[in-house]
Design a protein around this ligand. Sequence first.
Ligand SMILES: [Zn+2]
Length: 421
Amino acid sequence: MFSEEKEGIIISDATELFLGPVTKYEPMYSNEKTDCIVVKNGKIEAIGETSRILAEYPRRDYEVVNCSNKTVCPSFIDTHTHLVFAGDRSHELTMKIQGVSYQEIAKSGGGIMYTVKNTRNASKEELISLALHRLDSMLLHGTTTVEAKSGYGLTPESELKILEAIKEVNEMHPIDIIPTFLGCHMKPPEFIGNEWEYVESMMQILPEIKNRNLAEYVDIWTDQGAFTVEESRMFLSKATEHGFKLRIHVDELDNVGGALLAADLKAASADHLLKSEAVSAKAMADAGVVANLLPGTPFVLMSRNYANYQMFKDAGVTVALSTDFNPNCFILNMQAIIGLGCFMMRMLPEEAVQAATYGGAVSINREQSLGSLDIGMNADILVLDIPNLSSIPYQFGINHADTIIKNGNIIVKNGKRVDKK
Ligand SMILES: [Zn+2]
């Protein structure tokens, strides 16, 4: 026995193959069944019917993954996560369910400032170890690209520490991470009445973040009780001057004009959008801003108020779906988010999967290489142990990920990691 180098991977006999929006692949024959993909040198080399592909690409030269009774789609792109923080908040859940108000939880030392305190006190190594563990779980559920924000430090030093942790984690883990600076996540209590001074302090570290390549995007929370439209416009304009791209938390608690600001500043992504109205959706469509919908957030808040998917669809906005993983919304599983998108926002299963793949790719300006299975695209591919896409929401709460290919390499097989010893 000797092991020989294979030329690539053939994903054959897929019961359902979801390519997403593709422009380069065209079936060779009108009755061709598209159930096979060839992966070579990290990219998608060919797409077509298994019998035709196997005639052209000899089985012995490739690792063949037989996907009969399985579904194949682009792997997930989770473009709204607060990946790096310390301080588990599971102890607050009983109080939350019993109806104790957020203010009371905060007064008793819990809530967001509990996370901030723990994150400030944690070493960078502790933050890295927590983040790696979370990324492992994301990967096993089919996510291969993640956007990760700072925002639980709220001092220049601790925000930089979080961004450094994100950068190191990106080098250590097979998931690709897109870093975002969210120093203006909320106003720390020590700056109440002196908010401009806080915004200034975060503006001052923009050049260092840029020079050290610690973030690609800058984000802010523009909302009732968070940053005003005026503060946000000032901060984001400064970020644009320094060469950052923008994404914004908007219209979660109230419609204060956050989505309109995102459209005005041509942000890549406006996120949450629970309270947005049609005029905002129209402005976002015109400006090419992605609506990044996060149904996990109202779900864990036990709210009935979800984003109006149909309104964004009707306006012609590209929609993304993300977890909003954070200490109050500990969801790492994009299959669960697709389920919530379908059941709580009435997205069709195919629409929800497209939002979790292609929509995410657009929101991080990477739709030319990620988010659909087209010839020449990066081979980031997910094989699910279910016969069709509808079974992701239909069989809710189960991890269906079977095989995961990242940059053309199989890193998960039969639901288990094969890339690390
Ligand atoms: Zn967020």
